[in-house]
Design a protein around this ligand. Structure first.
Ligand code: SF4
Length: 267
């Protein structure tokens, strides 16, 4: 196993406040590692972790790096990310001695979208918000996954109503296997792992951003507010995903997405 030097834990930080393991944490940690190891073995050189660099994704990156699993790590730079998120890309690469693939939207399409609909298009309608997510997230994700057979996300069932139905293993409409090894983890479990292993994380988490996406679409949450209350807060709860996330069950029992990919690249 690779030796990694832990980071300091500051008093009052997200990791100090939130780290509270729930019953069965050790088993869940072992199961997540086993799933990642099996996925890497099933799809040698053809699997990628799509990371938002949120807390859950940093945990998965840590498992991949610590156990030297042959899983590539890719992130989507939408062109709208916080400086803190972009800095974390560099910090993560340095901390683990690995390379993170950076995928960006088509520059011309992004420029034309802003010229036509304005820089605040995502506030004008749910349709325009989905269009922005489609060109800045879904299209680069499609390129990231091209030629690959599997991908890994950090989605948890606890995160939202929409995510309560996710399975450990799904298959998206492009036929790619999608692994969600953290579905049963609590927020306290995630931060407990981060504390235990000294995982680097986005400093915005220390400023009450439990979920971090693009700058125009993410805000801090108040005490008692829902985990995802700071994401697209001007929309109704049902719309708060990057893509429509309608699911159906295949005959094998494997969950299969029947519409656009939910990127899972936001925590
Ligand atoms: S989260 Fe906001 S800025 Fe980012 S791609 Fe979606 S609509 Fe656009």
């Amino acid at each position: 196993m690779k030796r990694i030097i832990p980071i300091d834990v500051l008093a009052g930080s997200a990791v100090a406040v939130r780290a509270k393991p729930s019953h069965g944490f050790d088993q869940r940690a072992a199961a997540a590692l086993a799933m990642l190891s099996a996925a890497a073995a099933e799809f040698p050189d053809a699997i990628v972790q799509a990371t938002s660099l949120g807390a859950e994704d940093m945990l998965i990156t840590d498992l991949i790096a610590r156990h030297e699993l042959p899983i590539a790590i890719g992130m989507i730079d939408t062109g709208q990310l916080h400086d803190e998120t972009l800095a974390l890309v560099e910090r993560t690469q340095h901390h683990y001695g690995l390379r993170i693939e950076v995928w960006r939207p088509q520059a011309t399409a992004a420029r034309q979208f802003v010229a036509t609909h304005g820089a605040d298009a995502m506030r004008k309608s749910v349709e325009l918000r989905h269009a922005c997510c489609a060109l800045r997230k879904l299209e680069p994700l499609s390129r990231m996954l091209k030629g690959r057979q599997g991908w890994v996300t950090g989605m948890r069932r606890e995160q939202s109503q929409q995510r309560k139905q996710i399975s450990l293993r799904e298959r998206d409409m492009q036929g790619c296997a999608k692994f969600n090894p953290l579905i049963d983890w609590t927020l306290g479990d995630v931060w407990h792992y981060i504390r235990l292993q000294g995982v680097p994380y986005n400093p915005l988490h220390d400023r009450h951003f439990p979920s971090i996406g693009c700058l125009p679409c993410t805000r801090a949450v108040a005490v008692g507010e829902d985990f995802r209350a700071g994401r697209w807060w001007w929309e109704s709860d049902g719309a708060k995903e990057c893509g429509l996330h309608v699911e159906r069950r295949s005959a094998s029992g494997e969950s299969q997405q029947s519409s656009q990919r939910d990127t899972g690249v936001h925590p």
